[in-house]
Design a protein around this ligand. Structure first.
Ligand SMILES: Cc1cc2nc3c(=O)[nH]c(=O)nc-3n(C[C@H](O)[C@H](O)[C@H](O)COP(=O)(O)OP(=O)(O)OC[C@H]3O[C@@H](n4cnc5c(N)ncnc54)[C@H](O)[C@@H]3O)c2cc1C
Length: 355
């Protein structure tokens, strides 16, 4: 255990020293200029792709902006190969940066979070549970700083696999737009240049669009009732009428009413009513009334369904919505002490919060 710690420490120190050395030796600040970077990298001839990837890795770890290199990739290697080299270099650089903060920063963050910052701890767990989706989103939208995320994500609880795959696949569209821009610029192809800019704008607008929908979804309630059976319906209706902001959740519209409406009280009482009527018919003989005939069970079943249908008019999602209640259909799961998510067959409604 001690040995592993020591190896990690030596590895971290070597990484920092190597970065300082490489930044100085390669004169990396020169690579912030597209024309100079292009000139320097092309000098390597057949080895230019290798040198390009190494430069990109070092710049990523050194927290230097890498966008100029994306343009250079387009100009030197064309869009296809440019994207391949950019994705390889950026993913390796991002992985090393992540490893650094995960190894040296995460233990400290974990200590701070333990029992002290519940909200941060909640988000930390969320990142761990939905890491791949979050990472893909963060990488897809070019508004989030690439280098900053590399180091920041290492401090969170995100699983390495999610971080790695989210980075690898999430940066492809953005890289494509930048590299394509670089190639179009080098070839003075103004039409393609416009396409590249439009692509970048589209990627950037994912965030505000997502935010708009997310805000709609995130809601806070005074009371959340899980299960619209006899118990849930009574309490939800009461709280709603009493003026509390109430959310009622059940698996589906058909489940509303619970056991009582669907399998228990209602069908059994409707059946008992039929049985009593049949018995009265048989007993009617003693009054001189002759009633013969068999019971048509199909019709009995239909009668029960009709009774249920009548009640369902006042026990359905649309009915309770009309009463001013919020209703969500799906399986409710606790994600925090007062946080619930509702999983539907297609998609997930998240961020429901009770007081
Ligand atoms: C044959 C029979 C006859 C009966 N007759 C009578 C009677 O005459 N009179 C009487 O008072 N009682 C009767 N009962 C009992 C009555 O049906 C139950 O007491 C009553 O249904 C209990 O209501 P509940 O709300 O506690 O639970 P349920 O009716 O079981 O409702 C629970 C609801 O929660 C939902 N749910 C569960 N988990 C989740 C989740 N994670 N997310 C979203 N939704 C969820 C389910 O879909 C369900 O709709 C009878 C029962 C049976 C079986």
């Amino acid at each position: 255990m001690k040995n592993i710690k020591l190896i990690k420490l030596v590895g971290g120190l070597l990484l920092v020293l190597a970065m300082i050395f490489l930044v100085r030796e390669l004169d990396l600040t020169e690579y912030l200029s597209v024309s100079k970077a292009q000139e320097k990298i092309s000098e390597f001839g057949i080895l230019a792709p290798v040198f390009f990837i190494v430069t990109l890795i070092v710049m990523t770890i050194s927290f230097l902006p890498v966008t100029p290199l994306d343009f250079v990739a387009g100009a030197l290697f064309g869009t296809f190969l440019g994207v391949v080299y950019v994705v390889i270099g950026a993913t390796i650089g991002a992985t090393i940066a992540f490893w650094f903060t995960r190894t040296f920063g995460r233990p400290f963050v974990e200590k701070q979070l333990a029992g002290k910052f519940k909200k941060l701890d909640y988000y930390d767990k969320k990142i761990s549970a939905n890491g791949l989706g979050i990472m893909l989103f963060l990488r897809l939208v070019p508004l989030f700083p690439f280098n900053g995320l590399n180091f920041a994500m290492g401090l969170t609880k995100i699983k390495f696999k999610d971080y790695f795959l989210g980075t690898l696949f999430g940066i492809i569209p953005g890289s494509f737009a930048y590299v394509y821009f670089g190639e179009s610029l080098a070839m003075a192809n103004w039409n393609n240049l416009v396409i590249a800019v439009l692509l970048l704008i589209s990627l950037a607008s994912i965030y505000p669009i997502y935010n708009k929908f997310r805000k709609k979804e995130k809601k806070e309630f005074d009371v959340i009732v899980i299960g619209a059976g006899s118990g849930g319906l009574n309490i939800a209706s009461f709280m709603n009428k009493a003026g509390f902001k109430t959310l009622l959740i059940d698996k589906s519209d058909e489940n509303i009413g619970g056991d009582c409406l669907n399998f228990g009280c209602v069908p059994s009482k409707a059946l008992i009513h039929v049985a009593k009527t049949v018995r009265s018919g048989h007993n009617a003989q003693k009054y001189g009334i002759e009633i013969n005939g068999l019971v048509d069970m199909e019709k009995v079943r239909q009668h029960i369904k009709n009774v249920q249908k009548k009640i369902r008019k006042n026990e359905s999602a649309s009915y309770f919505k009309k009463q001013g209640m919020e209703v969500r259909l799906g399986i409710a799961k606790f994600v925090a002490k007062n946080g619930i998510k509702v999983e539907r067959v297609s998609g997930t409604l998240k961020g429901l919060k009770g007081k």
